[in-house]
Design a protein around this ligand. Structure first.
Ligand code: LAC
Ligand code: ZN
Length: 472
């Protein structure tokens, strides 16, 4: 795969006219520039641009397109906001792209049941806003909220910065509608919290990265809005203190704890010295953490956070801290963590992103070992270490001056994934397997598990047209 924008591979079995007859010419795009913009996700890695881009305006249109693709063996890549980091939505040769962007909007919010019905092409941010209008909140949040779509969030079982308090996407999905590869529309829009009536089929489509079906709508679970938010940037005396701080935060902040984002000094130094973000502390500490709590009473949230910080200062693992006194200050604290990762493609000539889970007690030493080995092999690269440490989820980024070649990428990948495999971690924590991690799946899953995944794939998509070459 090349890390660049590419021309269409032009090997579609089907013409624009074939699809225009099904969903209308206005929903079938063949303009070269528009297609080239659909070649790759945030990684920039891709084999080709899609030969066509389909934008059906309703579920029925998605069904008609997929039925034709199955009949004719036409491969399809399903795309949302293209903010993924595993190459799942990046195009391969001979594929056409299916975008759900015309299936956008919140259909309904039920304040009594605390549920929302939303179409797959809706951005996460729009769904969050619609919930807030009813004094409810959606417990899913990630930096890409303005571009990523609900369909992509569900397809990848996305994580993000709220998982420590509210869990992964999977727990927020009550029901969904999906289109199978043969065009069958499976409407399973359950809105009951309790429903054990047979197999929970929605799980076939959550986190399976569009390989078993295309999510078109969903019923999401909401909760009462917690308007009181306390945010602190906390300096720790050393990397090892992150687990001490985490245990203390869980104990003293309890269910209020809504974010716990660790930043190693390499990350915060780079973001403040080179990427232009403010540093609200006197100096970059060896380890820092953004801690956020949410509740209904501002004074209570601040008091809880202050008591936690006082405990850490007394014990010595906290060396400095700043608590935000305004929404603007909270935003400044979050900015490097929230906005920094979207800038990698502009900052670096080439970048390799890692999103792994490591048993929490081994996370600091595993990160150090990986960092050292990569630094020894490629002394010129920028290394950034951070993550959702409350979820044992480490992000590690390697930034190159120029695009690394495939052999370099593989060598770097192997160092990280082998280290993760050795300690019983997960090669994907929250971004999915896509194309880029497919070779490493056996480091985290058994042969029997992978075989069952393949059998499910063969059953639901016998022609192999849906996101082929991803996951398994
Ligand atoms: C993050 C995304 C990229 O945590 O997972 O920044
Ligand atoms: Zn993340």
């Amino acid at each position: 795969m090349a890390q660049s924008s590419l021309a269409p591979s032009g090997a579609s079995h089907l013409s624009a006219d074939d699809f225009s007859a099904l969903i209308g010419a206005a929903n079938v795009i063949s303009d070269a520039e528009a297609l080239s913009a659909r070649a790759a996700d945030w990684t920039g890695w891709s084999e080709a641009a899609p030969a066509l881009l389909l934008k059906p305006a309703d579920t029925e249109g998605v069904g008609k397109c997929l039925a034709l693709c199955t009949e004719r063996g036409q491969k399809v890549v399903v795309q949302g906001g293209l903010t993924g980091l595993a190459g799942g939505a990046s195009c391969r040769k001979d594929e056409i792209a299916l975008s759900l962007e015309k299936l956008a909007g919140v259909e309904a919010v039920d304040p009594l049941a605390a549920t929302m019905v939303v179409k797959a092409g809706t951005t996460l941010e729009a769904a969050q806003q619609a919930a807030l209008e009813h004094d409810l909140e959606l417990g899913i949040d990630l930096g890409a909220r303005g571009s990523c779509t609900i369909g992509g969030v569900i397809g990848t079982n996305a994580g993000g910065i709220r998982v420590i308090g509210t869990g992964m996407t999977r727990v927020h999905v009550l029901g969904l509608e999906a289109v199978l590869a043969d065009g069958t529309v499976l409407t399973d829009m359950n809105d009951m919290v309790k429903n054990n009536s047979g197999y929970d089929l929605k799980q076939l489509f959550i986190g399976t990265e569009g390989t078993l079906g295309v999510v078109t709508r969903a019923v999401l679970r909401l909760s009462p809005h917690r308007p009181a938010v306390a945010t602190a940037l906390v300096a720790l005396s050393g990397p090892d203190d992150i687990t001490t701080a985490l245990a203390a935060a869980r104990r003293s902040l309890g269910p209020s704890l809504s974010a716990f984002e660790a930043m190693w000094s390499d990350f915060l130094t780079y973001m403040t010295a080179h990427a232009g973000f403010d540093l609200p502390l006197e100096a970059v500490p060896p380890m820092s953490v953004i801690i956020e709590t949410r509740g209904h009473d501002e004074a209570a949230e601040n008091a809880r956070l202050e008591a936690f910080l006082a405990e850490g200062l007394e014990a010595g693992w906290v060396t400095d801290a700043v608590i935000a006194t305004s929404v603007d200050q909270a935003r400044r604290i979050w900015a490097p963590r929230d906005e920094g990762p979207a800038m990698y493609r502009q900052i670096f000539g080439g970048v390799i992103n890692f999103d792994v889970s490591v048993p929490i007690g081994l996370i600091v030493e595993t990160a150090a070992a990986i960092n050292e080995e990569i630094g020894a092999g490629w002394p010129d690269v920028v290394r950034l270490t951070y993550g959702h440490i409350g979820d044992a989820n480490l992000h590690f980024v390697v930034g190159f001056k120029t695009k690394p070649d495939a052999a370099t990428k593989t060598a770097v990948d192997e160092i990280v994934y082998e280290a993760v495999g050795e300690v019983g971690g997960a090669v994907s924590a929250e971004h999915g397997i896509g194309q880029l991690k497919k070779a490493y799946l056996p480091l985290s899953r058994s042969d029997a598990a992978i075989d069952l995944m393949r059998r499910l794939k063969a059953t639901l998509d016998p022609a192999g047209i849906l996101n082929p070459g991803r996951v398994v």
